[in-house]
Design a protein around this ligand. Structure first.
Ligand SMILES: Nc1ncnc2c1ncn2[C@@H]1O[C@H](COP(=O)(O)OP(=O)(O)O)[C@@H](O)[C@H]1O
Ligand SMILES: O=C(CO)[C@@H](O)[C@@H](O)COP(=O)(O)O
Length: 568
């Protein structure tokens, strides 16, 4: 057989990465990373309001830069397939040709016309409304395969919110697309009406299910928001798994990327699901894709789960990870992001005071900021690992982006307790890492309580690769060994595996995993001396969580009553 290569393109929160791999063996030939230019300046975002929007030009520029760079390593005709994975739910409004509204005249600078990033929580009220209406409207509860609680991170809540907020966007939006679908449509240049939308995205985030013929009924959608009447027809009814062919590269994109129009483009998927494939997921493994957030992906045989619904997770979908198996997703909204938030907090003097320094030149200021910023995360890991656990009782809740699972409540906030005059930055960092691990344990326990055994845990993603301290703590808290995948770009490798199946190199995803898997780099085993202490602290974390949740609900209720009284 002639040599064949595939490209996996992974759109993360901050950057896009492309990997070129041997389609037979998965050996990496080249990789390229491109941080999003506008996003890195946080344009179109307002963190205080939890508004996080991404401009499609960031994505298209990154596509061209990364793919061109890796593609030049081998002859273009040997690159037989490519696939895109993205974050999600990250939907954006499009016109009747499937073009993002932010790329059409008049909407170029309008955040509502852009992609509403997964971690945008401006749709909290709409998510609450969806949950309330799903349970009371008198028809099918369309949230049932999505853990029974719809999240403000997801498709319909975001569409409702933007539609209510922005009449011009609502009027111009012919349809809406998940980011992974939009990019795949750009690459293939197909028609919106016949385009193959992602099963993974639709099933986990858009309440798509075969049993009710696709998306929630028109009656329900209209009941949610009359302004959405008719949209369902302009969305989609069929969905496709990520091993299927979406099309071939359009002439325009073949030229822009330095490829040929014979290159097969697979159906899009989410980053975590593609990552789980590269992490060699199999029945009853949990793959933890640990980056900005964490997604916990589990697969199980369809007939073993049957009609069982797992409450409080981010959905259970036929074929969302491996076609023919049930894909289940859970996760935490802030993992790397929680640590990044803390870093931001303690770097305040670097941003605010160092530039005013009377003793350092401008060049020295810049060099100092750079040096400390580069070392900060690594040094915090080291210092936190060295903290004597008996010395610090600091306890944290990891909910700075809300709680994704178990039982989504994105309105929740993070918290710290047991601070003393002796508490320093490594103590707090250690408490944040522990909180992430306790949150993870709650998720594992939820699966097991609901009859989905977790037989092994696999970690991958930036945090799993960079923080040995986090991974050891996780092994101790879960009291289970954790294998860490070798690949530094696991979601991109998983997308490449999907592309290889779509291009006909491998017959199915499981065969592609076996042939193209890069294996595992490390295994963290639980330290028996730490397990009992973490067990005790886990109980404290849970009690702290219950306290904060109950009190934040009580305070929100009081605030609502005060607002009503003021209006009266
Ligand atoms: N040494 C480290 N220890 C823990 N977390 C880290 C470290 N270095 C970077 N991170 C976190 O990794 C996250 C990025 O992970 P990555 O998998 O690369 O990104 P993405 O979420 O875009 O897929 C950031 O949130 C950052 O805070
Ligand atoms: O929620 C999903 C997928 O369902 C992720 O796309 C989302 O958490 C973002 O992932 P990253 O943290 O950027 O890796």
């Amino acid at each position: 057989m002639t040599q064949a290569y595939v490209i996996g393109i992974d759109y993360g929160t901050d950057s896009v990465r492309a990997v070129l791999v041997d389609a037979g063996t998965g050996a990496e030939v080249a990789q390229a990373v491109h941080p999003y230019a506008r996003w890195s300046q946080q344009r179109y975002c307002n963190a205080a309001q939890n508004q996080f929007r991404q401009h499609p030009l960031d994505h298209l520029e990154g596509l061209e830069a990364t793919v061109r760079q890796v593609a030049q390593k081998v002859p273009a005709e040997q690159i037989v397939g490519l696939a895109v994975d993205t974050t999600g739910s990250t939907p954006g409004p499009v016109n009747e040709h499937g073009q993002s509204l932010a790329l059409t005249p008049g909407f170029e600078e309008n955040p509502n016309a852009m992609f509403v990033l997964w971690k945008d929580h401006t749709a909290l009220a709409e998510a609450a409304e969806i949950n309330q209406k799903a349970k009371t409207w008198g028809g099918t509860d369309f949230t049932q395969f999505e853990g029974g609680i719809y999240s403000s991170e997801w498709f319909w809540a975001k569409i409702m919110h933007v539609t209510r907020q922005d009449a011009a966007v609502a009027q111009a939006a012919y349809s809406w697309m998940e980011h992974c679908d939009w990019l795949t449509l750009q690459l293939t240049g197909g028609e919106l009406t016949t385009f193959k939308r992602s099963r993974c995205a639709a099933g986990h985030k858009a309440m798509w299910h075969e049993s009710w013929g696709g998306l929630p009924s028109e009656d329900f959608v209209r009941h949610l928001e009359p302004k959405l009447a008719g949209l369902r027809e302009r969305l989609f009814s069929a969905t496709y798994t990520a091993d299927e062919v979406a099309g071939t590269l359009s002439r325009e994109w073949a030229e822009r990327l330095g490829l040929t129009t014979n290159t097969v483009v697979a159906v899009g998927s989410f980053d975590a699901h593609a990552g789980a494939v590269a992490g060699e997921i199999e029945a009853y493994s949990m793959v933890k894709v640990m980056g900005t957030s964490t997604c916990d992906i589990v697969v199980a045989p369809m007939d073993a789960v049957g009609t069982k619904l797992v409450p409080g997770i981010c959905g259970q979908v036929d074929g969302s990870v491996i076609p023919g198996m049930l894909g289940l997703e859970a996760g935490q909204s802030a993992v790397g992001d929680l640590l990044a938030w803390f870093r931001q907090v303690i770097e305040w003097p670097l941003r605010a005071l160092v530039p005013q320094s009377a003793v350092l030149t401008a060049e020295q200021q810049q060099a100092l900021r750079q040096e400390l910023s580069d070392r900060m995360m690594v040094e915090l890991n080291k210092a936190a690992a060295a903290v004597n656990p008996d010395e610090s009782a600091v306890l944290a809740l990891d909910w700075v982006n809300g709680r994704r699972t178990p039982d989504a409540n994105q309105a929740l906030k993070g918290a710290l307790m047991n601070l003393t005059m002796g508490t320093d930055a490594p103590h707090i960092f250690r408490a944040l890492v522990e909180a992430i691990c306790y949150g993870s344990r709650q998720i594992v326990e939820r699966f097991e309580q609901e009859g989905i055994a977790i037989k092994q845990v696999i970690g991958l993603g930036g945090v799993a690769k960079k923080s040995a301290f986090m991974m050891q703590t996780l092994a101790d808290v879960l009291n289970r060994p954790i294998k860490v995948a070798e690949s530094d770009q696991a979601p991109a490798l998983g997308a490449a595996m999907y592309a290889a199946v779509a291009a006909g190199i491998h017959p199915d995803v499981t065969t592609a995993q076996r042939a193209m898997g890069n294996g595992f780099a490390d295994t963290y085993t639980p330290n028996p001396d730490r397990v009992a202490d973490y067990e005790r602290r886990y109980q404290q974390y849970q009690a702290f969580g219950r306290f904060v949740e109950q009190n934040s609900q009580r305070m929100a209720g009081q605030a609502a009553e005060t607002a009503l009284a003021a209006q009266a």
